[in-house]
Design a protein around this ligand. Structure first.
Ligand code: G1P
Length: 289
């Protein structure tokens, strides 16, 4: 079985759910306490064994490339002021992994972005992560998926239980539980009406995908809104007899592309922050809600 060494992270979207904050800056660069959202994701990937991070960017996303680049001037400035710990921390960001960038010319959905990333891979299984979803967990969420991939030998989707009333916001699976949080998936529907949802298990856009799935993605046509959905390619792969697994990831999920989800992440990581946590908790105690 091939080791998962590469992750594709689509970060080309406009961030319309977060306007006006995202008018002139990428949503992935919004900070959760003192690190941008995208850094949490890259750290999760690296902690899961990933060596090569492929970011699928677009216009207005240059700040992401700069963030993972060497910042020689800033580092020597910090060194000259005796702040070598901070300089070291800054240097580490650019050396965490090997970074590649490919630009998506128009936001045609996560499926289109993934195909652009696949062009930089070598007919190998890869991880895919959305640039929005941070999962706070003991074992990195991507590593949890890699463990299932290793055990079952097939592609894996991250799953989370949701109230049925929210099914129309997500990809939703049909499948059966194999125990231990693992599911055998029989189909995926993108954003079904709650009354038509096949289950209350939704897709978090975090996957381990194999070249067989990509061959279906190449054939997937855009939906009426112009987006190519990865879930549709996965569904067609399953219909053609492909094996697909799901895993109910352990951890707290924060959708940081959504204003409320982002605010929740800020509180969670604020409370846990080694230097700021105590002061922040004290501050929060003053609120009566
Ligand atoms: C995307 C996917 C959907 C998934 C969701 C959350 O939807 O298409 O399958 O459930 O992310 O990760 P979007 O939020 O881009 O509308």
């Amino acid at each position: 079985m091939q080791k998962i060494k590469k992750v594709i992270i689509p970060v080309g979207g406009f961030g319309t759910r977060f306007l006006p904050a995202t008018k002139a800056q990428p949503k992935e660069m919004l900070p959760v306490v003192d690190k941008p959202v995208i850094q949490y994701l890259v750290e999760e990937a690296v902690d899961s064994g990933i060596e090569h991070v492929i970011l699928v960017t677009g216009r207005g996303k240059r700040a992401i490339e700069d963030h993972f680049d060497h910042a020689a001037e800033l580092e020597s400035y910090l060194e000259s002021r005796g702040k070598s710990d901070l300089a070291k921390e800054i240097r580490k960001i650019s050396s965490m992994a090997f970074f590649s960038y490919v630009r998506q010319k128009e936001p045609k959905g996560i499926g289109d972005a993934v195909l652009l990333g696949v062009a930089l891979t070598n007919n190998e299984p890869v991880a895919v992560m959305s640039g929005d979803d941070i999962i706070d967990s003991q074992i990195p969420a991507l590593k949890q998926l890699i463990n299932v991939y290793k055990k079952y030998g097939g592609p894996v989707i991250a799953l989370k239980k949701i109230p049925l009333s929210e099914a129309n916001k997500y990809g939703v699976i049909k499948g059966k539980s194999l125990g231990g949080g693992v599911w055998k998936i029989d189909g995926v529907v993108e954003k079904p009406k709650p009354e038509k949802a096949p289950s209350d298990m939704m897709v978090i856009s975090k996957y381990i995908l194999t070249p067989e799935v990509f061959s279906f993605l190449h054939k997937t046509k855009p939906a009426p809104n112009g987006e190519i959905y990865l879930t549709e390619a996965v569904d067609n792969y399953i219909k053609a007899g492909g094996k697909m697994y799901g895993y109910e990831v352990k951890g707290e999920w924060y959708d940081c592309g959504d204003k409320l989800g982002y605010m929740k992440a800020m509180v969670n990581y604020g409370i846990k922050h080694p230097e700021l946590g105590e002061g922040f908790k004290e501050y929060l105690k003053g609120f009566r809600v």
